[in-house]
Design a protein around this ligand. Structure first.
Ligand SMILES: Nc1ncnc2c1ncn2[C@@H]1O[C@H](COP(=O)(O)OP(=O)(O)OP(=O)(O)O)[C@@H](O)[C@H]1O
Length: 754
């Protein structure tokens, strides 16, 4: 009889308990080191603050600089409290540092020995990249499961199996993807998968497009890539800033905790509607209007709209200057306009040339009429002309200083004016642009306002602004020198830029951080731009994004099978052609971590039935619950169904997704009806509230979000929307556990077997 050499279950349990205890002790020392660093930094900060009040101007500046370093370091040390260390990497013997602990930041002990590797550092890369097929130098990858500061369990993947060891893994990933949702996105540092890691660590040069179906982690990857780039190119990006462009304010709130949890706070996160400082785009466009406004044809329309504001009158202009009559002929005005346009400067800047030329003509006429010597009297005559109200009015009527808002509102409010500058648009397209409240700005207006701002230029560049800019340059130069001195003495903090320091120095900080200044400045050039749901950007929006990032260092993540904007992308090649031609590279994410296979099969069938060519991603798990179809017999049946789901829910969140916001089965009506029967606070009062258990949303607002249970109302109505198949695909891929479809109409093709 052969004797089994396998260790018994009890032996294995005891061994694992011993390992957990050892890891717990080790993680304890990491936290102890973290605490010590916090104390040390807090003491240094207190000391600097104590001495800040005294000394010379320069002394105070230098100490203020130190305070900034310590404050930033301290907030970083506090941001990593949760799951400080989540993994261990065992490398082949003979490798340098064969045992590496991986966590949210790098730590060294008192002797300077590295005890924790930042997940973004090259030394941590194998933690994410090694696979059983290509183990690199990795023998074992260990995930530490933690609660508070304690290790509660282990998940080992043995990549090069020694005798008797099993090759397991995936438990940490499966635990993460099946966990109940909280309404806020969490980070995935502990379980980033190899294909995601490649994207996160890809070079920042040029345009990287990340195409991936629903749930493939595009948003997660976009956020982790942002943190990675800031870590790797800290010097450059701390100065120029990173812009993360998201599809809606609610989406930005959904993801807002991820970057701070990764120790990054200086990223500008905005929606397209916020990208034109001073305008808040709250209005909604019809699909028709969105399509017209997003089209490249608007470039010529706006150009013509500005040109039409540079007028030559048909008859001569006549002026009476203190009894002297002079006239200005249309030819003279036309010639002034030609000269002004030849400068190729924006309208408001070229106006200076126009006014000078017109005044030249008038001054000649005036000198002739009065019989005075131009050489001697010129200055007085020009001053007289400039002060004359009639002259000022007529010159303004020919070439008015303009704002983008004024020009665009003028086009929307006045069909005749629009027709004059946009003969290439069909009457139907022009009608779609008309609106009663011309300044109820929408998201699709923002790229147009921005385009006009380029065509018009600033209203006036004042001498004070120029002086302020010069002062600031001087302060920044000085701050840079101070930081260099610090670095030379080993106290450098890459989080602090000379600009930030200069702001603190001049008393404008913290409102003057790079992020805040960038967000307020329309002409800011970001060092890197990350766009999530990039498929939704129109051609006009792409022009705006390109202007914000002249270096074209961009990461664009999205899914062309989910496009709902009528002016959005059908393919990446078509969308990017006018922006960067074919100078972009593509990475694809292929695994769906959100939606179980039982549900994603339905979504894939819908897509296929609609003839949309796309490769739906492969679900990482089968799931437990088959999707169900239930008859819908009016609002009451919806309420009843949601009440049942709510009663059955242990943890997590429910979304009710309607085709539209308004109407008898729209999200507004359903929200009110459901809130009336569920306990107070259980139903989100608005689509923007992410914290309640039940959210009622129209399909447009559900984009990018996810919920444990999704109750989808009347899919046939979703399908009727413009790009309805894409919208239905989005709605069907929001659930992490259960999908319930309520319908009165026949189910769309692809769902009919439910
Ligand atoms: N490597 C991972 N480990 C754990 N969870 C992950 C991982 N990758 C993705 N997830 C989870 O999968 C879910 C979907 O991720 P995410 O929202 O980033 O997908 P997406 O591609 O942006 O989806 P969509 O296109 O539908 O908006 C999230 O809950 C995310 O945390």
């Amino acid at each position: 009889m052969s004797q089994s050499t396998e260790p018994s279950v009890t032996d294995r349990d005891a061994a694992e308990a011993g390992e957990v205890a050892r890891e717990d002790a080790h993680v304890g020392t990491l936290y102890a080191r973290l605490d010590a660093l916090r104390e040390q930094t807090a003491a240094q900060l207190a000391e600097v603050r104590r001495t800040l009040a005294t000394g010379t101007h320069q002394n105070r500046f230098e100490r203020d600089a130190f305070a900034t370093l310590y404050e930033d370091r301290l907030s970083q040390l506090w941001s990593v409290e949760n799951r400080l260390c989540f993994g261990r990497l065992d490398l082949r013997e003979g490798t340098q540092d064969p045992r590496r602990y991986v966590g949210r930041l790098g730590l060294a002990d008192e002797r300077g020995t590295q005890i924790l590797v930042d997940w973004r550092a090259p030394a941590a890369q194998d933690f994410y990249q090694a696979t059983a097929a290509a183990p690199r130098d990795v023998v074992r990858r260990r995930h530490l499961l933690t609660a508070g500061r304690h290790v509660t369990g282990l998940d080992d993947e043995v990549l090069v199996a020694a005798d008797g060891e099993r090759t397991t893994g995936d438990a940490a990933l499966l635990a993460a993807v099946t966990a109940p949702r909280t309404g806020r996105m969490g980070d995935i540092v502990a379980t980033i998968q190899a294909e995601q890691d490649r994207v996160i660590r890809a070079s920042d040069r040029g345009v990287l497009v990340v195409q991936g179906g629903p749930g493939t982690g595009k948003t997660a990857v976009a956020l982790h890539r942002t943190a990675f780039l800031l870590y790797t190119h800290r010097d450059r990006l701390a100065r120029s800033g990173v812009l993360l462009l998201g599809p809606s304010p609610v989406f930005l709130r959904y993801v807002e905790q991820v970057l701070p949890a990764l120790g990054e706070t200086g990223v500008v996160t905005q929606t397209l509607g916020e990208l034109y400082p001073g305008v808040l785009a709250r209005g909604e466009d019809s699909p028709e209007a969105a399509r017209v406004k997003g089209s490249l044809r608007m470039v010529d329309v706006l150009d013509a709209a500005v040109a039409a504001r540079e007028r030559v009158p048909e008859a001569p202009l006549r002026f009476d200057l203190d009894g002297t009559r002079v006239q200005l002929r249309p030819e003279a005005i036309a010639s002034a306009r030609t000269r002004a346009r030849r400068t190729r400067k924006p309208h408001n800047v070229a106006r200076v040339t126009f006014v000078r030329e017109v005044l030249n003509s008038l001054v000649n006429a005036l000198a002739r009429a009065r019989g005075v010597d131009l050489g001697e009297e010129r200055e007085d005559l020009v001053a007289e002309l400039r002060e004359d109200r009639d002259v000022r009015r007529e010159v303004n009527l020919c070439w008015m200083p303009l704002t983008p808002e004024k020009v665009l509102a003028g086009l929307y409010a006045d069909p005749a004016r629009l027709e004059a500058v946009a003969p290439q648009l069909s009457p139907r397209d022009r009608a779609a642009l008309h609106r009663a409240d011309a300044t109820a700005w929408t998201e699709a207006d923002v790229p147009l306002l921005d385009e006009l701002a380029e065509l018009l230029g600033p209203l006036e560049e004042t001498a004070t602004a120029a002086r302020a800019a010069a002062d600031r340059e001087e302060q920044i130069a000085y701050a840079r020198k101070v930081l260099e001195d610090f670095e030379a003495s080993g106290v450098g903090n890459p989080l602090v830029s000379p600009e930030l320091l200069a702001d603190r120095f001049s008393g404008t900080g913290p409102s003057g951080t790079v992020a805040e200044r960038a967000a307020a400045d329309r002409t800011w050039a970001y060092g890197h731009v990350v766009v999530d749901e990039a498929q939704e950007l129109s051609a006009m929006a792409w022009r705006l994004v390109e202007r914000r990032c002249p270096s074209r260092s961009m990461t664009l993540v999205g899914d062309v099978a989910q496009t709902s904007n009528p002016a959005g992308a059908r393919s990446w090649a078509q969308a990017l052609k006018p922006v960067v031609d074919d100078r972009w590279r593509l990475e694809e994410l292929t695994v769906n971590y959100r939606t179980p296979a039982k549900i994603s099969r339905v979504a894939a069938d819908v897509l296929r039935s609609a003839g949309i060519a796309a490769n739906p991603p492969t679900p990482v798990r089968e799931g437990e619950h088959d999707p169900v179809a239930v008859p819908l017999t009016g609002l009451e049946s919806v309420v009843e169904h949601v009440r049942d789901r709510f009663a059955a829910l242990d943890e997590g969140r429910i979304a009710v997704v309607a085709a539209e916001e308004h109407g008898p089965l729209g999200s507004d009506a359903v929200r009110a009806a459901v809130a009336a029967v569920l306990p107070a606070g259980a139903v989100a009062a608005s689509p923007d509230d992410l914290d309640a258990t039940v959210s009622v949303l129209d399909v447009h607002r559900a984009k990018g979000l996810e919920f444990d249970v999704v109750v989808l109302l009347e899919p046939a109505a979703v399908l009727r929307r413009p790009r309805g198949a894409n919208d239905l695909y989005v709605a069907l891929t929001r659930a992490t556990q259960e999908l319930h479809v309520l319908h009165a109409e026949p189910l769309p093709r692809g769902m009919d077997h439910l």
